[in-house]
Design a protein around this ligand. Structure first.
Ligand SMILES: [Zn+2]
Ligand SMILES: [Zn+2]
Length: 440
C-alpha cells in the first residue's frame, strides 16, 4: 500500500470485540504510530492525538478478503488497484488478495513484481497477489512457481477456471514442497457444468435454463482433497456453494488433509430463487446461487469451522457485459463494500449466527495464506473496522467506490455500516458524513 504516516488517534468509548483475542468490552482504543498502543479505560487524559467519538460504535478487527478481482492488468475499465482497494477500505478490509486471471494472466515473476510496485503507488490497503498455476491458464504446463514465489506472490490460482487435469495439479502440489505458497482452487468439472448458467434444480427447470449441478463442484473438491492428501500439499478451496461441497471439505479436514476454504456473502445470503428475476447484474455468478438447503449447509460450515473464512469473490464487470440476456451475461458480482453489512443484516440480526462468529470469519482469510490475522490485541498493527451496527443505508444510492456497479446488494437496505477503516496502521477510509463529525 501507499506509504504514509502511522495513525495517531483514539477511538473514544468504542465497544471493542475481537473474539479470537478474547476482547469484548468498552474501551478507548489508543492508536500511536500505527499500532494499537492500549485499550484504555474510557475517558482518560490523552495528549495531543485526534479524538474520534466512538461511543455506541463497534471497533472490530478489520476484515481480510482472500479472493478479489482487481482486473489489473488489462481490464482497468472494470476496476484497478486504486478503485478496488478503495472499495475494500470502504468495506472495512485491511487486506485483500488479488486473483491472477487478468489480461494477460499474472504468470511470471516480472508480472508479480510489476503488480507489487503498482500497489505500493496506488493501494489504500495492502494487496497480496497470486500468480497462475498454469501458463496462460491453459491447464497444461506449470508456471515457474519457484521464481514467482521469490518475486513475492503469496500463492497460486487459476481462479476463473478449474485445473481439469489431475496430473497437472499433482505436479503443482509436488512443486509446492519446494517453493511454498497456498494453491487456491476454483472447483468445477467442465464436463458436468456444460453450458449451465445457474444452479441445476427446480428453478432452472422452471425457467428452462441450463443448470450447473452441485456435483460439478463437490466431486472436484473431493478429487483435489485426495490429491492434496496424497502429496501432503496444501490447498484452499474457493467459493463453496453447495451442501455436498461442505461435506467434502469437512471429510477432508477430518482425514487430516491440509485444506481450507471460503464462502461468499452472496452464497450465504441468497438462493437460486433470486434468479427467477433473470437479473444477471446481481444474480449471475460462478459458482451459481444454489438452494436454501445449500445455503443452510454453508452457514453450518461457517459455524463449525469447516468454512474458515468469508471471501467476496469481488468480480467487477462493465455495464455492457451485464445488460444483456441472462445466458450471455458475464459471471460475477461485486461485494467488498457490502460484505459485512449484508451478513450482519441477513445472518446476525435475525439470530442465525453470532456477531462474534461473523467477526472471526471476516478476518479468517489471512491464515490460509500465511498472513497474520488482523487483531485488536495491544501491540498489534492497527487494523480496525469502526462500525455503526444500527446504521441503515441503501446500497448504491451514493454510488460505489468500485468502478463497477454489479453489486448483488444493489438497492438492498442494509443495517450496519463501516464508518472508518484503519489498514496497515494507517487511516484507509472514512465515510464522508462521519469524518465531518470527528473532532480534530
Ligand atoms: Zn472462481
Ligand atoms: Zn474469483
Amino acid at each position: 500500500m501507499r506509504s504514509g504516516e502511522g495513525a495517531e488517534l483514539v477511538l473514544r468509548g468504542a465497544t471493542v470485540l475481537d473474539p479470537v483475542a478474547g476482547i469484548d468490552g468498552v474501551h478507548d482504543v489508543v492508536v500511536r504510530n500505527g499500532r494499537i498502543a492500549e485499550l484504555a479505560t474510557p475517558g482518560g487524559e490523552l495528549d495531543g492525538i485526534e479524538e474520534v467519538d466512538a461511543e455506541g460504535l463497534h471497533a472490530l478487527p478489520a476484515f481480510f478478503d482472500p479472493h478479489v478481482h482487481l482486473r489489473v492488468p488489462g481490464q482497468e475499465h472494470k476496476e484497478d488497484i486504486e478503485t478496488g482497494t478503495r472499495a475494500a477500505a470502504a468495506g472495512g478490509y485491511c487486506g485483500v488478495i488479488a486473483m491472477a486471471n487478468t489480461e494477460p494472466p499474472v504468470s511470471t515473476p516480472a508480472d508479480v513484481e510489476a503488480l507489487r510496485e503498482a500497489a505500493r503507488e496506488a493501494a489504500s490497503v495492502p494487496v497480496g497477489f497470486l500468480a497462475t498455476v498454469t501458463r496462460h491458464m491453459a491447464g497444461e504446463e506449470l508456471t515457474e512457481m519457484g521464481a514467482i514465489r521469490a518475486a513475492g506472490a503469496l500463492g497460486f490460482s487459476d481462479d476463473g477456471l478449474p485445473i481439469v487435469n489431475a496430473r497437472v495439479l499433482r505436479r503443482a502440489l509436488q512443486y509446492q514442497h519446494l517453493c511454498g505458497g497456498t494453491i487456491a482452487l476454483h472447483e468445477e468439472d467442465p464436463a458436468l457444468s456444460g453450458d449451465g448458467v445457474m444452479h441445476e434444480g427446480a428453478v432452472s427447470a422452471a425457467l428452462g435454463v441450463a443448470g450447473v449441478p452441485s456435483v460439478s463442484e463437490s466431486t472436484t473438491i473431493a478429487r483435489d482433497a485426495a490429491l492434496a492428501g496424497y502429496e501432503s500439499g496444501r490447498i484452499h478451496v474457493q467459493h463453496l456453494s453447495a451442501a455436498e461441497s461442505v461435506a467434502a471439505v469437512r471429510a477432508a479436514k477430518a482425514a487430516g488433509v491440509q485444506i481450507t476454504c471460503e464462502a461468499s456473502p452472496h452464497h450465504l445470503c441468497l438462493t437460486d430463487e433470486a434468479v427467477r428475476s433473470l437479473d444477471p447484474r446481481r444474480f449471475k455468478m460462478n459458482p451459481p446461487l444454489r438452494t436454501e438447503a445449500d445455503r443452510e449447509a454453508l452457514i453450518e460450515g461457517l459455524r463449525d469451522g469447516t468454512i474458515d473464512c468469508v471471501a467476496t469473490d469481488h468480480a467487477p464487470h462493465a455495464a455492457e457485459e451485464k445488460e444483456v440476456p441472462f445466458e450471455q451475461a458475464a459471471m460475477g458480482v461485486t461485494g467488498l463494500e457490502t460484505a459485512f453489512a449484508a451478513l450482519h443484516t441477513e445472518l446476525v440480526l435475525p439470530g442465525t449466527i453470532e456477531l462474534g462468529l461473523l467477526v472471526e470469519r471476516m478476518a479468517g482469510g489471512a491464515a490460509p495464506f500465511d498472513l497474520d490475522r488482523p487483531t485488536l490485541a495491544p501491540g498489534s498493527e492497527a487494523n480496525i473496522a469502526l462500525c455503526d451496527l444500527g446504521a441503515e443505508w441503501t446500497v448504491g444510492e451514493d454510488g460505489y467506490e468500485s468502478r463497477s456497479a454489479n453489486s448483488w446488494c444493489a438497492g438492498r437496505k442494509l443495517t450496519g455500516r463501516v464508518l472508518m477503516t484503519l489498514a496497515g496502521g494507517q487511516v484507509a477510509y472514512r465515510l464522508r458524513s462521519f469524518s465531518l463529525g470527528v473532532a480534530a
